[in-house]
Design a protein around this ligand. Structure first.
Ligand code: UDP
Length: 359
């Protein structure tokens, strides 16, 4: 059975790493990896392939730095060419990026089956490119691998049929990755030596709604500057965010690192005291590594963590962020609830695809 995997952005490399490893265990499976090029810097792409032993992509489409429409359109055209040549049984897509949608659409138009890993997530904010991508991808997928029960419930509310072979709840591949790579974590070489382990806040900022709106970005940065007065804040910064901060002379008082590899990121998650993030993946990783998280967005797809009390949905208003910081620091949370499966999600995903091949 031949599987074409479409990846292009940092979180997709991390998700695909564990599934690709699982595919390699089955001699009857052949994987062809297509890298769209959406993320291309060495520290946003190559480092993940090296650190996580992801097989080298068979195709590098090198499509990047374009508007959403142009990027998705060019990917669609190029992925179609690959699919016509490779004639796979399945196309495997991850998450909610332009690469996800382009891969799913190219396959669907050629009547090739699409498997969507991380299906059913919703922010209910249709202005987010991610929300558009995930809703459309779900619509044209043959199997929708839901990470959580709430993701499945979202799909049922949209009228998807309740069939365990169509909407299986398999857990989260990112939890597999966190468990597997935790042993190999590495201290980032750039991390200042005077930062004490267990006594710093880890931040990330990259969501378009925060970086493209300067008032939101300034408020977020001022909040982190203020937290940094009482506890060091360390932010491995997305290149796009860095460029916007520089272009607008926004003053930063906390420690900025270049984007780090996954093994370094896991180290920071293991050793921080608290996380402040607008990232989808990092919100959950905070929970995996038993750290409270302030989610600097107005809505989240990972609602169970907010309901549970480990994550706090704070937006970008300084007073809210600072109040939530104090609250999170003084609240005990039970981190043993298995919201995201048992760390064997990749096995389940491949199990379903193999089962289909036997039919
Ligand atoms: N990540 C990383 N290095 C960094 C920042 C993030 O390895 O400098 C990892 C992070 O641990 C998570 C993934 O990248 O696994 C999340 O990607 P991102 O925040 O870019 O996207 P999102 O999850 O919001 O789609």
């Amino acid at each position: 059975m031949k599987i074409v995997t479409i990846i292009g952005a940092r979180p997709q490399f991390i998700k695909a790493a564990v599934v690709s490893r699982e595919i390699l265990k089955h001699s009857q499976l052949e994987e062809v990896i297509v890298h769209t090029g959406q993320h291309f810097d060495a520290n946003m792409s190559d480092v993940f392939f090296e650190q996580m032993d992801i097989p080298k992509p068979h195709y590098q489409l090198e499509i990047a730095s374009l508007s959403h429409g142009a990027m998705t359109g060019r990917m669609l055209e190029k992925i179609e060419e690959v699919l016509l040549k490779e004639q796979p049984d399945w196309v495997l897509v991850y998450g909610d990026t332009n690469s996800t949608l382009a891969g799913a659409l190219a396959a669907s138009k050629l009547h090739i089956k699409v498997a969507h890993v991380e299906a059913g997530l919703r922010s209910f904010n249709m202005r987010m490119p991610e929300e558009q991508n995930r809703i459309l991808t779900d619509k044209i997928s043959e199997i929708l691998f839901c990470p959580t029960q709430s993701a499945k419930q979202n799909l049922l509310k949209e009228g998807y049929s309740d069939d365990a072979n169509y909407l299986p709840v398999v857990g989260d591949v990112m939890f597999d990755a966190a468990k597997f790579y935790a042993q190999r974590s590495q201290r980032p070489s750039e991390l200042p030596s005077d930062i004490s382990l267990g006594k710093f806040v880890l931040g990330t900022i990259h969501r378009a709604e925060n970086t493209n709106d300067l008032s939101r970005l300034k408020s977020l940065v001022e909040s982190l500057n203020e937290i940094n007065q009482s506890e060091p804040v360390v932010v491995p910064l997305h290149p796009r965010t860095k460029a916007i901060l520089d272009a607008n002379d926004i003053a930063v008082d906390f420690t900025i690192l270049e984007p780090v590899g996954y093994l370094e990121m896991v180290y920071l998650l293991q050793h921080c005291s608290l996380v402040v993030s607008d990232s989808g993946g990092v919100q959950k990783e905070a929970y995996f590594f038993k750290k409270p998280c302030l989610v600097t967005r107005d809505e989240t797809e990972w609602v169970e963590l907010v309901e549970h009390g480990s994550n706090h949905l704070v937006g970008v208003e300084k007073s809210k962020i600072l109040a939530a910081y104090d609250k999170a620091k003084s609240t005990d949370v039970d981190y043993s609830v298995p919201f995201y499966g048992n760390g064997h999600c990749a096995e389940e995903v491949i199990g379903y695809l193999l089962k289909d091949g036997c039919n």
